[in-house]
Design a protein around this ligand. Structure first.
Ligand code: 5GP
Length: 190
């Protein structure tokens, strides 16, 4: 997605060789018009698939997942990151490492929000090692729902997440692939 590449070059900054700061586009602020374009692109790529729900992880995945769900005409479910130690008997729960925070967090989804009758599209902002995605996939599996595919705004293809999910057989669509952040420079794939 060329417009997204231009905006990344203009607005993102390289924190280190593994991490990109994207506050104005994805993580701390939302451009509604650009976000709607991302949603349209995902909806186009997954058009014709029997998707009943879009699912994401709070908080940075929500805007683009919402835009995708709106285009597909289906509800959006977002996994919450649990902040208490109190058990949630009526929820699916998976513990995942957080790439940016360096801690583990629990992803939770209430059982009544996903069922075996659902075919879901997982949308997220960035993929690095794929831990958040794998956690959410486990939740989807526990619910009996089918995972139709995965749409990620930015894939850092020098990290293992996207490749690992494709090797597991999932369809992974990404809007932009970044192959390197070495030397303080953003280098796109293709
Ligand atoms: P993963 O679980 O794939 O290792 O990391 C995915 C999550 O970590 C994303 O949802 C995103 O919020 C965060 N993340 C991963 N890499 C980056 C990065 O380079 N910059 C920012 N801002 N967030 C990232």
């Amino acid at each position: 997605m060329e417009i997204l590449k231009e905006r990344i070059l203009k607005e993102a900054s390289v924190i280190n060789a593994g991490v990109l700061k994207l506050d104005s586009l994805l993580n701390h602020s939302v451009d509604p018009q650009l976000t709607m374009e991302m949603g349209k692109e995902f909806a186009l790529r997954f058009a014709g698939e029997p998707i009943t729900k879009v699912i994401t992880v709070e908080s940075s995945g929500i805007p683009v997942a919402f835009a995708t769900a709106l285009q597909l005409g289906v509800p959006l479910v977002f996994a919450r990151r649990k902040k208490t130690l109190i058990g949630e008997s009526d929820a699916y729960c998976e513990r995942v490492p957080s790439f940016t925070k360096g801690i583990v967090t629990d992803l939770i989804v209430s059982r009544h929000l996903l069922s075996e009758n659902d075919t879901v599209l997982f949308i997220d902002d960035i993929i690095a090692n794929g831990d958040a995605a794998r956690g959410l996939i486990k939740i989807i599996e526990q619910s009996g729902a089918k995972l139709n595919g995965i749409g990620i705004v930015i894939e850092k293809s020098f990290q293992a997440g996207g490749k690992a999910l494709r090797e597991l057989g999932y369809r992974v669509e990404t809007l932009v692939k970044i192959q390197s952040l070495e030397n303080n420079t953003i280098t796109f794939e293709d």
